[in-house]
Write a protein that binds this ligand. Structure first.
Ligand code: SF4
Length: 222
């Protein structure tokens, strides 16, 4: 898109600080059920699901976890079987060797340092082996204690299209979003963008004519 056109488009929609609230409010009306797609019933299952979701789809993880969670209910259960058995049980999520090692390391630390419970804060979560900032952000946010904003491929693309960031790297995008998005919305904001990104603001061919925020978007094609 030519620079002059972008400048004009930004002028037309107004500053991002004035647009962020209406964007969130309209998407919240459009997607009242926007939540995480992974299925879990307790914090340990949430943590395991998010760890398994690296490099694969949530659908794929949800296929594996019912049997997994029936077999491994407590952190100790992940350590009670040989590593190869755990690898077989999570094989379908890919990268099973690395994931099994991270799961076992994490379970060991949960037992030794957290009384077998999943910690709630980002700082504690990132200490767990194989748990990066993105995983920790998702877990702390789902546990009702968001310390940052989850940036995945949809959040990245939509934040750029909406003119909320010019950055490319997830950590820099998150920094821009943290400055912009009201704190009380840190948890739901990524879900709203992810749902909109899957249904309307699609990567290759955004459906701008059907978009409820097209008058607030500098990249709108209508
Ligand atoms: S107007 Fe188009 S580019 Fe902007 S958010 Fe909507 S679908 Fe995406």
């Amino acid at each position: 898109m030519p620079r002059s056109y972008l400048r004009e488009a930004r002028k037309r929609v107004g500053p991002k600080r004035a647009r962020i609230r209406p964007v969130i409010e309209r998407l919240a009306v459009e997607y009242p059920d926007a939540t995480i797609a992974l299925r879990f019933t307790k914090p340990l299952e949430l943590l395991v699901s998010v760890m398994l979701s690296a490099q694969t789809t949530d659908v794929n993880v949800n296929r594996v976890t019912p049997a997994l969670f029936a077999k491994y209910a407590r952190p100790e259960d992940y350590l009670a079987v040989p590593a190869e058995e755990l690898e077989r049980d999570i094989f379908a999520t890919g990268f099973y060797h690395q994931k099994a090692r991270s799961l076992r390391g994490t379970m060991q630390m949960l037992i030794e340092e957290f009384d077998g419970e999943v910690p709630q804060t980002l700082d504690e979560l990132v200490r767990l082996p194989g748990v990066g900032r993105k995983t920790a952000n998702v877990v702390s946010s789902e546990l009702g204690n968001p310390s940052g904003i989850v940036v995945d491929t949809h959040v990245r693309r939509l934040s750029q299209r909406l003119g909320f960031t010019k950055e490319e790297e997830p950590e820099k995008i998150e920094r821009d979003l943290i400055r912009l998005v009201p704190r009380e919305d840190w948890g739901r904001f990524p879900h709203l963008l992810i749902w909109h990104g899957r249904r309307v603001c699609i990567a290759r061919d955004p459906r701008c004519a059907d978009c409820v925020i097209n008058d607030l978007c500098p990249s709108s094609r209508v």
